[in-house]
Design a protein around this ligand. Structure first.
Ligand code: F6P
Length: 413
């Protein structure tokens, strides 16, 4: 029997990046190399030939944050609405003999991955497509957590703890309220992680504002006043997606991304203004913004391990002929935390947002419960330090060697 010719594999990163997305890339690439598959990264036909990179370079991806190959927010419409884009994609696949496609992203990217997996059939091109989960927002369903979240959760818990100590030490004569704005879009998972910084009502954070709980001004201000009165200060973690009962965000930047999502951000100063206007306390606010999702220096060891494991599993699934699946993290025990990887169909993941369940939030809506703590704590466990040089993390500055273009027609996004 004639042996099948190994086909190339294509790996791409999509959506907001994280501290460990490159650890998934490392898992994909190292596993594919063991199976002698050549890997390329892609953005239109700007492919990078990873077979020409040294093992040391690929290893360095494991501890380098952000998207080493560049990430994009680019929405593929349905096949009926935009056949040209799909045909172009297949043209690129065909030109480079791509047999496997790994798409590393969040909700929207899993939708794209699903659509691409369907292209093969519709346009008669055999392609095995596997989604690799990643999102700091932690809002993908069917997986215990999403790679990227554990590290952002750790960064926010650490920052809340440290910022809280700072405010507490000077509150008598200076700042009484500190507000930390965190990411997460419509899901309050990152905000919830801030709650890990303290135990009990008197410890920071005293208030968490979740997107899942409609913002109510009077009860919020009353709680701030009570905290300053009873403990001398008040630390607030506010999710960028915090909204009023009518669904309107407390703050939105006024722009939308390619997926039509409202760009969020800027809620901390809105909350600070409320405190100033109604209570007159001295305050400081901070927006963790990209610092939180790029904070590889304080990454969670569990997160790094899971990010690598989903990358490795994605390749194993593809080689086993599993199409249109995503490796999910399945929790088998909480104490001690144990997990395994299992495939879930992309169509069950695409476009579904998993938000924080009500029983993870205290009755007053301002804190996390013991159940939330049980869920969150294992995800921030352990440290995975990057190497340091001259006082700074020694991150990889990936250049990449381009694959020679084979198509004569250009494609503009
Ligand atoms: O989806 C991840 C995320 O980090 C969100 O929490 C945040 O709202 C968004 O990305 C920011 O995206 P961008 O960097 O494209 O503005």
């Amino acid at each position: 029997m004639k042996k099948a010719v190994p086909r190339n594999a294509l790996y791409a990163q999509s959506g907001g990046v994280s501290a460990v997305i490159n650890a998934s890339a490392c898992g994909v690439i190292e596993t594919a190399r063991r199976h002698r598959r050549q890997i390329v990264g892609v953005l239109t036909e700007n492919l990078i030939d990873l077979s020409r990179e040294s093992a040391a370079t690929i290893r360095a991806l494991r501890y380098t944050p952000a998207g080493a190959f560049g990430s994009a927010r680019f929405k593929l419409k349905g096949l009926e609405q935009n056949r040209t884009e799909y045909e172009r994609l297949i043209e690129v696949f065909r030109a480079h003999d791509i047999g496997y496609f790994f798409y590393n992203g969040g909700n929207d990217s899993m939708d794209t991955a699903l659509k691409i997996s369907q292209i093969g059939q519709a346009l008669n091109y055999p392609i095995t497509c596997v989604g690799v989960p990643k999102t700091v927002d932690n809002d993908l369903p069917l997986t215990d957590c999403c790679p990227g979240f554990g590290s952002v959760a750790k960064y926010i818990a650490v920052s809340t703890l440290e910022g809280g100590l700072d405010v507490a030490s000077m509150a008598k004569t200076s700042t009484k309220v500190f507000i930390l704005e965190v990411m997460g879009r419509h899901a309050g998972w990152i905000a919830a992680a801030g709650g890990l910084a303290g135990q009990g009502r008197d410890q920071a954070p005293h208030i968490i504002l979740f997107p899942e709980i409609p913002f109510e001004q009077a009860s919020f201000l009353a709680r701030v006043k009570q905290c300053v009165g009873d403990y001398g200060y008040c630390v607030i973690v506010v999710s960028e997606g915090a909204k009023f009962a009518d669904g309107k965000f407390l703050a939105e930047a006024g722009t939308r991304d390619a997926f039509g999502h409202t760009q969020l951000g800027g809620v901390a100063p809105v909350v600070a203004n409320l405190v100033r206007e109604h209570l007159g306390y001295k305050y400081h606010w901070a927006v963790a913004d990209y610092l939180q999702r790029a904070a590889r220096h304080i990454a969670s060891k569990v997160d790094v391990e899971q990010a690598y494991a989903v990358g490795r599993a994605a390749v194993e699934y593809a080689l086993a002929g599993r199409n249109a699946v995503m490796p999910a993290i399945i929790r088998t025990a909480s104490k001690p935390y144990r997990w395994k990887i299992a495939p879930v169909p992309l169509e069950k993941v695409a476009n579904v947002e998993k938000t924080v369940p009500r029983h993870y939030i205290t009755a007053d809506g301002f804190g996390i419960t013991a159940a939330a703590r049980r869920y969150l704590e294992p995800l921030i466990a352990g440290e995975d330090w990057p190497p340091f040089e001259r006082g700074l993390p020694k991150y990889l500055r990936f250049k990449g060697k381009a694959v020679r273009r084979r198509l004569s027609t250009p494609f503009t996004l």
